[in-house]
Write a protein that binds this ligand. Structure first.
Ligand code: BTN
Length: 259
């Protein structure tokens, strides 16, 4: 079996970052890393602090959904303190960081689904949740929550089987979580520094979205939109061409590919 332990020392020892992950707090079990990260952020935790748990008992997904978070997966939250201009592109940053890291560590070729799911062969391998606190146009903190199905045995969770996959399922062998986490933290910092220096992540993010050009159904709040996902705007919103020819901008939602 692959060495599969997580610990603060294993993650942070000789980690090639300036600040992301330099302070990592590990818990065997938490309700949600988002909750603990929020408390840490409110108490002044420095930028780059990472909260990571072996399992979450009340993992949170987007749109108030539950996120399944058993042992063997990766569940972590990173506290950042970006400028207001860098807040919307954190969606692009986090999905690209996960995509690059999975590719580098496993050789698999993930794709992105708007707004920030990471897929392998059309099935979800990672979900990302971003929460922030902004006051008077100043970001107090942003928390990037990342959940990756790493060594998850899908047969144990038939309810997610139709739409989800795991790295174990794709590769037929376990992946060392600590290696993936360390790569991910380096990648998050690299992209964050690039973004903060004024570089755009938009082109690469857009280029990896499987959603574009497809017939989609988008559930946004209580509204369901259908049409062709034509493009994404630089702020990350989706531009949907409806059957009547009009173009709708969707800020957030849940996409089902129809083709
Ligand atoms: C989604 O696709 O709905 C987003 C899922 C985000 C899950 C991660 S796991 C780490 C962090 N803690 C949580 O409770 N949620 C995020």
């Amino acid at each position: 079996m692959t060495e599969n332990n997580l610990s603060e020392t294993l993650i942070a020892n000789d980690l090639k970052t300036r600040f992301v992950g330099q302070r990592t707090i590990y818990y065997p079990s938490l309700t949600s890393t988002m909750e603990t990260a929020r408390q840490e952020a409110q108490q002044g935790a420095e930028e780059g602090t990472v909260i990571i748990a072996d399992e979450q008992t009340a993992g949170r997904g987007r749109l108030k959904r539950v996120w399944l978070s058993p042992m063997g997966n990766i569940a972590l939250s990173v506290i950042l303190r970006p400028s207001i201009a860098c807040l919307p592109p954190l969606i692009m940053l986090s999905s690209l960081a996960v995509m690059h890291s999975i590719k580098a560590i496993t050789g698999l070729k993930p794709q992105l689904k708007w707004p920030n799911d990471v897929l392998i062969r059309g099935k979800k391998v990672c979900g990302i949740l971003i929460e922030s606190q902004v006051q008077a146009s100043k970001v107090d903190y942003a928390i990037i929550g990342i959940g990756i199905n790493v060594n998850l045995r899908l047969a144990d969770f038939p309810e997610i089987l139709p739409i989800s996959t795991s790295l174990f399922h794709e590769l037929g062998k376990e992946v060392a979580r600590v290696t993936l986490v360390r790569h991910l933290l380096v990648e998050i910092e690299r992209l964050y520094l690039a973004l903060s220096a004024g570089e755009s992540l938009y082109e690469e993010w857009q280029g990896n979205l499987v959603t574009l050009g497809k017939r989609v159904r988008v559930k946004s709040g209580e509204t369901v939109h259908e049409g062709i996902a034509e493009s994404v705007a630089r702020d990350g919103s989706l531009l949907l061409r409806r059957p009547d020819g009009s173009l709708t901008t969707i800020l957030t939602g849940d996409v089902t590919l129809r083709d």
